[in-house]
Design a protein around this ligand. Structure first.
Ligand code: TMP
Ligand code: ASP
Length: 239
């Protein structure tokens, strides 16, 4: 049951629940890009993202990755453990795309020799600048040990998800993770959906993620449905 609204982001809301230490994460139908400059509301997007994220968190749990996920609890709602979030985004890249191409002059599609992790400071105002471990430690966003653990978990997630997507003909190009603390544990929080990943069809290279919205390449709902269908995810919530 949803209680008081505790936090609102561009794509999600977090509500108190009747259980101490647990929150309800609601996925909104809003689609945003370029730090909210481009915005649209796409009916059914929240439900799709909730279904995909729940499926992925269950996979990760089975693989031994600690996450905030408790269970899916409604059409676009999941119950999560309350975390003290670190304002650091961990990006993992298998293939060059997006900002790394601009930053380093790489060609989109270049396969990286091994998975690369990058850190960004979560701040819309500053457009999520890239940072390193020293910045995180100096400004109190995360300790060196926190960063080490987040990187290790991010790479484990990469192994699990790359295999999961490869099995259904999808290439996991890159993605962003956010972590938080729950007592002394560091848990994976936030969401894992095509909003925060780049997913390309393995055969054709067709984009199956939020780049279709960012770059006006077609219908977002259609490609998110395709990702869900390929993974065998039932969208409708059946309590
Ligand atoms: P980038 O190429 O813009 O740095 O993004 C890399 C991946 O991380 C891409 O799949 C999108 C995702 N991402 C977010 O979802 N939110 C963010 O704030 C950032 C920086 C990246
Ligand atoms: N996540 C950011 C936004 O929603 C940036 C992006 O995805 O382009 O505005």
């Amino acid at each position: 049951m949803r209680g008081k609204l505790m936090y609102e982001g561009k794509g999600k809301q977090l509500y108190a629940s009747e259980t101490d230490g647990e929150l309800i994460q609601l996925f909104k139908d809003d689609a945003t890009a370029f730090d909210g400059v481009k915005h649209d509301v796409i009916a059914g997007k929240g439900e799709l993202n909730c279904a995909i994220s729940s499926f992925v968190f269950e996979k990760l749990h089975t693989a031994g990755v600690g996450t905030h996920y408790v269970r899916r609890e409604g059409t676009a709602e999941m119950r999560v453990k309350a975390l003290d979030m670190m304002p650091v985004e961990v990006v993992v890249r298998n293939v060059a795309a997006g900002s790394i191409c601009k930053r380093l002059g790489l060609e989109e599609g270049k396969v990286l020799p091994y998975p690369l992790t990058e850190l960004f400071y979560k701040s819309d105002e500053l457009h999520d600048p890239m940072i390193n471990t020293e910045h995180a430690e100096m400004f109190g966003w995360a300790t060196r040990a926190d960063v080490q653990e987040m990187r290790a978990v991010a790479l484990k997630v990469n192994a699990v998800l790359s295999e999961m997507f490869a099995a259904v003909g999808i290439r996991l190009v890159d993605y962003k993770l956010e972590f938080g603390k729950c007592g002394s544990d560091i848990l994976l929080g936030d969401e894992i959906t095509p909003d925060g990943c780049r997913l390309w069809d393995a055969e054709t290279g067709r984009k199956l993620d939020k780049d279709v919205f960012r770059r006006d390449l077609g219908g977002l709902s259609e490609v998110y449905h395709e990702v869900a269908n390929r993974l065998g995810i039932a969208i409708a919530f059946d309590a």
